[in-house]
Design a binder for this molecule. Structure first.
Ligand code: CU
Length: 155
């Protein structure tokens, strides 16, 4: 019986952890929304849906919590304008290494973006929340958009 309780509490601990981490990742003080986004060596962001109230300033920090180098396993955060296709952007970004994986021809599709970081590094950007709507974000490093993407919902 004791073992069963132990197993169950471990189970709850494991299943509860990601959700609480995701909640901790976003905080709103009434004027500024602080977002602590992470990327790891398994091509994952910690949060794939972020809800923000309209009119806020957004302070976003992207931290690479893995060990991969910027050259091999770099991560960034690219927020696209509403209606821009993540896959098309991601494919175009493959050949845009020299410009931080922001393709010159598609830079008008971007609302905000960070530079590329490697393992252990972080970068912070600030921008105004766009108008109410849903906006997609991705890591535009070669091939990462398959798993490293999410939605910013402004309400
Ligand atoms: Cu990445």
């Amino acid at each position: 019986m004791r073992t069963l309780v132990g197993v169950l509490s471990l189970f709850f601990l494991l299943t509860a952890a990601p959700a609480s981490l995701a909640e901790d990742a976003v905080s709103d003080d009434g004027s500024v929304v602080t977002i602590n986004l992470t990327g790891n060596d398994a091509l994952q962001y910690n949060v794939t849906e972020i809800k923000v109230a309209a009119g806020r300033k957004i302070k976003l920090t992207l931290t690479h919590i893995g060990k991969g180098t910027k050259e091999m396993m770099g991560h960034n955060f690219v927020l696209l304008k509403s209606g821009i296709d993540v896959v098309q952007f991601g494919l175009a970004a493959v050949s845009a290494r020299d410009t931080g994986f922001i393709p010159e021809a598609k830079k008008d599709d971007v609302l905000a973006h960070t530079t590329v970081v490697g393992g252990g590094e972080s970068v912070t950007i600030e921008f105004d929340a766009p108008a109410a709507g849903t906006y997609e974000y991705l890591c535009s490093f070669t091939g990462h958009f398959g798993t490293m993407r999410g939605k910013l919902v402004v309400e």
